[in-house]
Design a protein around this ligand. Structure first.
Ligand code: PLP
Length: 387
């Protein structure tokens, strides 16, 4: 009998060791891990550089209050602002904290310029921005909000891909449009580049802010630092998390100078966020991801994986769609995704379901051609047996 509450349907596998793209179960079985904490371990398991940095920092200093300067946080923020659209950063500890902070930053900006009535956030119905009370109502998916009333106000919604309903939903009270550049939990639905450009244009016309949630798809996962980089646009606010910590819990909200002007001491904070231990790991992750050739290799491997999956798609009528970008991909088949995931896991390939009957795969950014070949072989064989 477990003492853990049942907020997850956990698989009956546990792991005692991980190395790169592989996990080793407590029963001694070796799994190819194409989940990686759901796009968290960007550099795979037990990365030697991260281990070294973590061990070194742990001997010096773990935690100090944000009431003092934290040079490690300064350094990571400087690295992020130097390489991106952002001028300012607030660190957090998780994705939901980052998205919730993004919402606060948007509201606070309009308050600070004397337009406090502009305080509503327009989101895609059924998107995923986290599990706090505010972010579940940002999604408004029935299964997420059920039992958690009263409703948290301040969110309006439009349907994915429905541009008419998006334009109609913008009112004088809208402060920002917030969308995931790639809807992860929602079933690896990629917002196309032309659409992101259009979103930017609409936000400019209406003088509202664009928040792009890159918690799952950001930090190199698509082969560029941000997924929206392909559209060559600049959002106003971007929450990130997952990949930036390489397995250590870090979140961050990145923002332009303009919107950061609304943030004053006391308007937002967190006890743990930006601590030296987390920041040291984050600095190393970003250093590695931004090293010359790293993202090019992500592109190379992801093209190889994509082509392999498309090849499998042509072989089986039961494969209905392959979608996604970079190393965040979704496979849809005629079989239930939970069942198919189980079959793949039985053959030692870890994957995780997402909405819309999607089997989601998110290998580490350091995945090799040989590991991709192994994964493709398992997928091919599993589909051959079941589709
Ligand atoms: N935003 C997006 C796009 C996500 O995919 C997730 C988590 O999967 C979150 C926010 C919430 O992140 P966390 O689970 O770290 O709170």
């Amino acid at each position: 009998m477990t003492s853990l509450a049942k907020n997850y349907r956990r698989r009956k596998i546990s792991f005692k060791r991980g190395k790169g793209s592989f996990l080793y179960s407590s029963k001694g079985k070796k799994y190819l891990d194409f989940v990686q904490g759901i796009a968290v371990n960007s550099l795979g398991h037990s990365n030697p550089n991260l281990n070294k940095v973590l061990a070194k920092q742990s001997k010096n200093l773990w935690h100090v209050s944000n009431a003092f300067e934290i040079p490690e946080a300064e350094k990571l923020a400087r690295k992020l602002t130097k390489k991106t659209f952002a001028d300012k950063v607030i660190f957090q500890n998780s994705g939901l904290e980052a998205t919730e902070a993004a919402i606060k930053v948007a509201k606070r900006y309009f308050y600070s310029i004397g337009q406090p009535q502009k305080n509503r956030i327009l989101c895609i119905k059924g998107s995923f921005h986290g599990r706090s009370l505010a972010t579940i109502f940002a999604s408004s998916a029935k299964k997420m909000i059920e039992g958690f009333g009263p409703k948290i106000d301040g969110f309006d919604h439009f349907k994915f891909g429905d541009h008419k309903s998006l334009r109609k939903a913008i009112t004088k009270r809208t402060a920002a449009i917030m969308v995931e550049t790639i809807l992860g939990e929602g079933g690896i639905k990629v917002i196309p580049n032309w659409c992101l450009k259009e979103l930017r244009k609409i936000c400019n016309q209406k003088k509202i802010l664009l928040i792009l949630d890159e918690v799952q798809c950001g930090v190199g996962r698509t082969g560029k630092f941000f997924a929206f980089d392909y559209a060559k646009i600049k959002p106003d606010i971007v929450p990130i998390a997952k990949g930036i910590g390489g397995g250590y819990p870090i979140g961050a909200v990145l923002m332009s100078k303009k919107v950061a002007s609304g943030i004053v001491p006391g308007s937002h904070g967190s006890t743990f966020a930006g601590n030296p231990l987390a920041m040291s790991v984050g600095i190393e992750v970003i250093k590695i991801i931004l090293e010359e050739g790293f993202l090019e290799n992500v592109n190379k491997q992801s093209n190889y994986l994509w082509n392999g999956l498309k090849n499998i798609e042509t072989k089986y009528e039961g494969v209905t769609e392959i979608r996604g970008a970079g190393l965040l991909l979704g496979i849809q088949t005629k079989m239930n995704n939970e069942k198919m995931s189980n079959k793949l896991i039985q053959k030692k390939l870890l994957c995780v379901p997402a909405a819309d009957n999607i089997i989601r795969i998110a290998p580490p950014l350091i995945v090799t051609k040989k590991e991709i070949d192994k994964a493709l072989q398992i997928i091919d064989l599993t589909f051959k047996e079941n589709l």
